[in-house]
Design a protein around this ligand. Structure first.
Ligand code: 13P
Ligand code: SF4
Length: 311
């Protein structure tokens, strides 16, 4: 089927089944176009928490669909490709995290939403890149923090808050660690008026060069409200689609990765596993479906709800 036909069929199925399609900014343009809501991890969790639809099709990665399921235990939550994982989530196995938790009982465990339901169930508060600073600020100075799984976001928060009592997990995102400083410096010379903005999952040497650091939604908002006309954007390249729609007159340049690929930019191989065709089939067949035990969902829900109330 052609893309236009697939889109028509998806809309028809969506109406018949009273389904909602939630998509992350890193999804391919055709999927973003068909979605009811496109946003960052926090926005997507908030949408999932308040939807009145009977079924959620999550165009994102596994931990995002899991979060939607935890917030909607009685609804069907579908993920177009069950293999759409996340290197950050994979870097934090529950048995290892449990050991660290047990050996640091006085620490409050704040975990980035990019982790499995099992890790959330072992955590005190979940956070995303858009509310992490706000949440850390609400933790008393003297209380030690165990932050997992993203070391780059953890170090960024540590630097911003000036806290020296943070134990940070050694995990990273393969996409945000792939920006090349050498190629970036070349771009800074080529476009001296460009404003450089970056996602906090990026390496500290990249963040040091940024005029603004924020979540995907934060980056979109920054570009919209800034009077500047040229931006170099260090995050997954899928975001440029929505960003360019918001600011058609501005020039947006994706930050270059070490490896040369077709667009010389960074793409998340997990996010790109979802396709329009897979989205259509998953809505038609109502699978693959996220299935979690009630016990796990109950434990994982508490730190997510705490995050939503602190946001
Ligand atoms: P946000 O969209 O919440 O900034 O997260 C980025 C990301 O890497 C999602 O996997
Ligand atoms: Fe995970 Fe990085 Fe892909 Fe986001 S961009 S889903 S953090 S691997």
């Amino acid at each position: 089927m052609k893309a236009t036909e697939l889109k028509e069929q998806i809309l028809e199925l969506k109406r018949k089944k009273n389904a909602v399609i939630l998509a992350h900014y890193y999804q391919e343009p055709d999927i973003q176009d068909i979605a009811d809501y496109v946003g960052d991890s926090l926005g997507l969790s908030q949408e999932a928490a308040q939807t009145t639809a009977d079924m959620i099709v999550f165009a994102g990665v596994h931990f995002m669909a899991e979060t939607a399921k935890i917030l909607n235990p009685h609804k069907k939550v579908l993920l177009p490709d069950m293999e759409a994982g996340c290197s950050l989530a994979d870097s934090c196995p529950p048995e290892d995290f449990k050991k660290i938790r047990e050996s640091h009982p006085d620490h409050i465990a704040i975990t980035y939403i990019n982790c499995s339901a099992e890790i959330k169930a072992l955590s005190d508060i979940v956070c995303t890149s858009s509310n992490a600073v706000k949440i850390i600020k609400q933790i008393p100075e003297e209380k030690p923090i165990l932050f997992a799984p993203d070391k780059n976001l953890g170090r960024y928060l540590q630097r911003l808050s000036g806290r020296n009592n943070m134990l940070i997990w050694d995990g990273a995102c393969i996409v945000h660690e792939a920006f090349s400083l050498e190629k970036l410096n070349f771009l800074f010379h080529k476009f001296p008026d460009a404003i450089f903005i970056a996602h906090p999952e990026s390496d500290a040497r990249v963040l040091d060069k940024a005029s603004y650091v924020g979540s995907t939604s934060g980056l979109v908002e920054f570009v919209k409200s800034s009077p500047s006309q040229v931006f170099i954007v260090a995050t997954e390249a899928g975001i440029l689609y929505q960003m360019q729609k918001e600011v058609p007159e501005k020039k947006l340049i994706p930050a270059p990765a070490f490896e040369d690929n077709a667009c010389a930019c960074s793409e998340c191989p997990y996010m790109k596993m979802n396709t329009l065709e897979k989205l259509y089939r998953c809505l038609l067949n109502e699978k693959p479906e996220i299935i979690l035990s009630d016990e796990l969902m109950e434990k994982a829900r508490k730190p997510i709800l705490r995050m939503l109330s602190l946001s």
